[in-house]
Design a protein around this ligand. Structure first.
Ligand code: NAD
Ligand code: UGA
Length: 460
């Protein structure tokens, strides 16, 4: 198989952008073009001011600075980029279906299929097509069927190369991945992709499997990670009624090398675009094979997570003397985790919705999320009119302003800066008793209590 000179990636989102930037950085002799239908997103990737890139990730600006214009390009000309490419990554979104069969569970593969049809229509020479998006197991079968029946004599090899980066640490994860997973049928095609990664990833960390194992492993990895969060969150509720401290329990069990210390932080609930979507997809696939016990088992991870978000909101209401009507609640954080501007499925959205149903006023401060995004997230729920959301929710650029005249402060995201605030100043400007609900267990309880704040963490 000939050496790859041109790579195209369809989809310039949270995965396509950072992943291709690093591939281009590490392979300066390969031209990498990232394309997207969304012209505004492409313009932002091409923005001269690197603080305006559409994805906020620590270290991403440096990588883009090094490669952009050299061998990394962002464009809306999808046809041309497909035509030029030897290898095409498909990195488009695969959200949960919102209509028809499998609504609310199955992955919506319409964007993937559109890409496959476009590749089939445009391609004039043989190409390797790589699934980068997270897909239901056996999606490659559908891709093959579309690509192999064009009748134009072009040959396609399909590989699965799921992405394991986490937002907020994407560049670190891409530079030093625990593993790179490549599934495929054709050994030469697999080797071509191995060679691209082997420039910077140690060979023993590049795993090759058959297509179906690779596709399924991605869903299973996310399911196991989310399961750990739901497990520790379930225990956090038990801690609250027994006097145990969830941080101490997590530390104690994490010391067992079979369990390990990572991913055991109790929280207001996991968010992000993928955990829920991928587990629902796993549940749907299991049900479609009539494996109902398997489906029920994994569904419980989502049920527990929904319970944790609801429980947090209920705790605020109960503590504020069973009513938040007309009270001011300050939200510190809106992103689904720190160091990202991504808010998809963030716990903050659902906690806010619950409190707004009780007619609370909410003032939000997040260091990276825009007011526009926060209103869009609330409007998307459709619980109340956009006018009502704007009447009840204020978004500010200053944390002290957010907490001014608040009855309670709720920490929804674990941004480091929240730990360094002048909590005395916050306390002085709040209604008394002044409550803090720490949905991330990041604040120092004793410091806050000495100031006079009434502190409630998770699982304590
Ligand atoms: P995203 O929504 O940020 O980006 C997807 C992009 O694809 C959008 O900009 C959209 O305009 C574009 N697109 C859709 N259809 C297109 C088409 N036909 N032609 C050109 N562009 C098109 O999504 P994301 O977060 O980057 O996720 C992409 C995939 O990667 C998903 O399957 C997701 O599950 C998976 N994934 C995401 C993460 C993450 O951290 N976000 C991590 C690992 C895997
Ligand atoms: C997750 C996986 O970690 C990645 O490997 C995967 O590639 C990605 O999903 C994906 O497929 O999209 P991400 O969602 O970006 O990455 O971030 P995580 O660090 O996994 O956090 C997910 C959520 O769980 C966040 O809301 C986080 O706050 C929460 N979490 C995480 C906890 O509440 N406690 C923990 O101990 C860890």
């Amino acid at each position: 198989m000939k050496k790859i000179k041109n790579i195209t990636c369809i989809g310039a989102g949270y995965v396509g952008g950072p992943t291709m930037s690093v591939i281009a950085q590490k392979n300066p002799d390969i031209k990498v073009t990232v394309v997207d239908l969304n012209a505004a997103r492409i313009a932002a990737w091409n923005h001269e001011d690197l603080s305006k890139l559409p994805v906020y990730e620590p270290g991403l600006d440096e990588v883009v600075k090094e490669a952009r214009g050299r061998n990394l390009f962002f464009s809306t000309d999808v046809d041309r980029a497909i035509d030029e490419a030897d290898m095409i990554f498909i990195s488009v979104n695969t959200p949960t279906k919102t209509y028809g069969k499998g609504k609310g569970q199955a992955a919506d593969l319409k964007y993937i299929e559109l890409c496959a049809r476009q590749i089939a229509r445009v391609a004039k020479n043989d190409k390797i097509v790589v699934e980068k998006s997270t897909l239901p197991v056996r999606t490659a079968e559908a891709l093959k069927s579309i690509l192999h029946n064009t009748g134009n004599g072009v040959k396609f090899h399909i590989l699965s190369n799921p992405e394991f980066l986490a937002e907020g640490t994407a560049i670190q994860d891409l530079h030093h991945p625990d593993r790179v997973l490549i599934g495929g049928e054709n050994p030469e095609a697999i080797q071509t992709l191995v060679d691209i990664y082997a420039v910077w990833v140690p060979k023993e960390n590049i795993i090759t499997t058959n297509l179906w194992s690779s596709e399924l492993s991605k869903l299973v990895a996310n399911a196991f990670l989310a399961q750990r969060v739901s497990s520790i969150n379930a225990i956090s509720e038990l801690c609250e009624v027994t006097g145990a401290d969830v941080n101490e329990v997590a530390y104690a069990i994490g010391k067992d090398s079979r369990i390990g210390p990572k991913f055991l932080k109790a929280s207001v609930g996991f968010g992000g675009s993928c955990f829920q979507k991928d587990i629902l997809n796993l549940v749907y696939i299991a049900r479609s094979y009539n494996l109902n016990k398997v489906a029920d088992y994994w569904e419980q991870v989502i049920i527990m997570n929904d319970h944790q978000k609801e429980r947090f909101a209920d705790k605020i209401i109960k503590t504020l003397y069973n009513t938040v009507n007309g009270k001011n609640i300050a939200f510190l954080g809106w992103a689904f985790k720190k160091d990202t501007n991504d808010t998809r499925e963030s716990a903050a959205i659902y906690v806010a919705d619950h409190l707004l149903e009780e007619e609370a006023f909410i003032t939000v401060y997040d260091p990276k999320v825009s007011a526009e995004q926060i209103y869009a997230d609330l409007d998307y729920l459709g619980t109340r009119s956009p006018e009502e959301n704007r009447r009840l929710v204020k978004v500010v650029n200053d944390p002290y302003e957010a907490c001014q005249q608040a009855h309670a402060v709720a920490v929804l995201t674990e941004w480091d800066e929240f730990k360094t605030y002048d909590w005395q100043r916050i306390y002085d400007n709040m209604y008394k008793p002044a409550f803090v609900f720490d949905g991330r267990n990041i604040l120092d309880k004793s410091v806050l209590e000495n100031i006079g704040l009434v502190y409630q963490g998770i699982g304590k």
